[in-house]
Design a protein around this ligand. Structure first.
Ligand SMILES: [Fe+2]
Length: 480
């Protein structure tokens, strides 16, 4: 792995590997945790890039590690473990990648590259992107049909299958609070590629709700869900599926940015799968939707948009080492999608604050009108001088900010206070890299005031993670 040169930014420690696994019963706490706050923050992210015989090209591709912060009775315990799925085991046994990752290639034979399009066992399960729950199964996911089930308390990888359809299912499924079912989309690559909307109830196989044929599928990372509709936003970062099979390289390296093409917007009835509208707008790259809701006969859809996909290139190791700022910065954008047959899509920038890793009060607001989004300031576009946690008022564009010299926070996860009267009554939890101490801590902010309530120190650094989720005390999960 790269060593940190003296003249590189202090944030570089967040890109360094963590290979040791820890179980710590009680972390040192500064401040006072909210009395009502009880449960576990589960997070995933890449943690190892030097496999021995192969060094991976891109930050996203590192072997996944899970982290758990459990809060009970004013105490915080911590644990971390590698996700020991088939991708991890193959890398451990050979010192090389066993499967194609986002931007790194295992140098497979032509036969194995072709098989990636059609055979699920040839697709990675390195769940370094996100965590979700289906019934009592907790799963770490990447954009793969094979999420990896793990024990939420010990973080032990469990030998349980929970397959999802297609070739590239989203790692950002939505969750129906009433049924506990997941709702997601997948891209099925092949001679006749298609986007598919699916739902998956606990203990049941996934059910396809809608299929949309597409010649050159787009790279999509997340989608929007309102009370009645699902919205897929397919920008012009597209792939010819056969190129994926014939070309060496990481998955994303077979996708090409066609800046002169429009972004396709598909509005689907989330219950029947019926196609409600086909719309388009200017070329757009998006990792993360913020929220969407219906108002006055249209869908209001907020997302973090880029004018080009250069953000992907910022996380190759040579760009990280050079602290590259190339590529467009993100903006928080609001699209208005007519549902009455008109085709004019209106777009506006909601704020001057550039944020990424957006979160909302999901249980209360997903799919309905809302006021607050939380995210981290975009490090590369700030020049990595600092990374703030931002609370954005999407109605007025104003923002409250938490920032501290030498502090590099990850995705802020909103946890609602019980019987909360306000949308923002609750806590924000974020794992922060403390560059001065060369270690990390769990930060707890009051989401209403953005004032710090407490921090729980870990004795080592935690590499920058990707996504996670907070769960009320998870039940014991028996190994199967
Ligand atoms: Fe994501």
């Amino acid at each position: 792995m790269q060593t940190i040169a003296r003249d590189t930014g202090r944030h570089q420690l967040g890109f360094q590997p963590l290979e040791q696994e820890h179980q710590i019963d009680s972390l040192a706490i500064e401040g006072e945790l909210p009395r009502w706050l009880s449960g576990s923050l589960l997070r995933t992210g890449p943690s190892k890039w030097d496999l021995g015989a192969q060094r991976l090209n891109h930050w996203f591709d590192g072997l996944a590690m899970l982290h758990r912060f459990s809060i009970r009775d004013g105490e915080v315990s911590y644990g971390n473990r590698f996700l020991r799925g088939k991708a991890f085991r193959a890398a451990e046994q050979t010192g090389r990648l066993g499967f194609q990752e986002f931007a790194s290639d295992p140098c497979r034979s032509l036969f194995r590259r072709l098989a990636t399009l059609f055979v699920t066992p040839e697709i990675t399960d390195n769940g370094a992107v996100n965590i979700t729950r289906l019934g009592e199964q907790y799963m770490a996911m990447t954009e793969s049909p094979m999420p990896v089930v793990f024990d939420p308390q010990t973080l032990q990888t469990l030998n349980v299958q929970a397959p999802r359809p297609g070739t590239l299912p989203t790692a950002h499924p939505h969750r129906d609070p009433a049924s506990g079912a997941l709702i997601g989309y997948t891209t099925k690559l092949g001679a006749r590629s298609k986007y598919q909307l699916f739902t998956q109830a606990p203990g049941r196989p996934a059910r396809i709700l809608a299929s949309i044929g597409v010649g050159e599928p787009a790279y999509m990372h997340s989608f929007a869900l309102t009370e009645r509709h699902a919205v897929l936003v397919a920008g012009p970062l597209v792939v010819k599926p056969i190129e994926l099979a014939l070309r060496r390289g990481g998955l994303i390296e077979s996708f090409h940015w066609k800046a002169d093409r429009a972004t396709q917007i598909y509005v689907l009835d989330r219950h029947t799968g019926e196609r409600v509208a086909n719309l388009d707008t200017d070329a757009l790259f998006c990792f993360h939707h913020v929220n969407a809701f219906e108002r006055d006969g249209e869908i209001v859809m907020d997302l973090i948009g880029y004018d080009d996909p250069g953000v992907i290139d910022r996380f190759y190791w040579d760009a990280i080492d050079a602290e590259s700022r190339k590529g467009a910065p993100p903006t928080v954008r609001r699209y208005r999608l007519p549902l009455d047959g008109r085709r004019d899509v209106a777009v506006e920038q909601l704020s001057d604050h550039a944020i990424e890793m957006p979160r909302i009060n999901y249980a209360r607001c997903n799919g309905s009108a809302y006021r607050y989004a939380y995210g981290i300031g975009d490090g590369p576009s700030n020049g990595w001088d600092s990374v703030p946690i931002v609370k954005l008022d999407v109605d007025g564009g104003g923002a409250d900010v938490w920032a501290q010299d030498g502090a590099y926070p990850g995705e802020p996860i909103f946890v609602a206070a019980p019987e909360s009267p306000r949308e923002d009554s609750g806590a924000l939890l974020s794992i922060v890299l403390d560059a001065e101490r060369c270690s990390s801590y769990l930060l707890v902010l009051d989401a209403e005031t953005m004032q710090e309530r407490a921090r729980a120190h870990v004795p080592h650094h935690i590499p920058f993670g990707v996504h996670g989720e907070f769960y009320d005390d998870p039940p014991e999960v028996e190994q199967q």
